[in-house]
Design a binder for this molecule. Structure first.
Ligand SMILES: [Zn+2]
Length: 41
């Protein structure tokens, strides 16, 4: 499920910034994906 929209299925899992306990994984739906800056992917 999307982290921001619990009612929507995630379409992709991306790796966020590395943190003390490891890289944070983000599940995002298509709408959230469209809002993300994806230059690094
Ligand atoms: Zn979303």
């Amino acid at each position: 499920m999307c982290d921001d929209h619990p009612d929507r299925p995630a379409v992709v899992r991306i790796q966020g910034e590395a943190e003390a306990f490891g890289a944070k994984m983000l599940d995002v739906c298509q709408e959230c994906l469209d809002d993300l800056p994806l230059g690094e992917l």
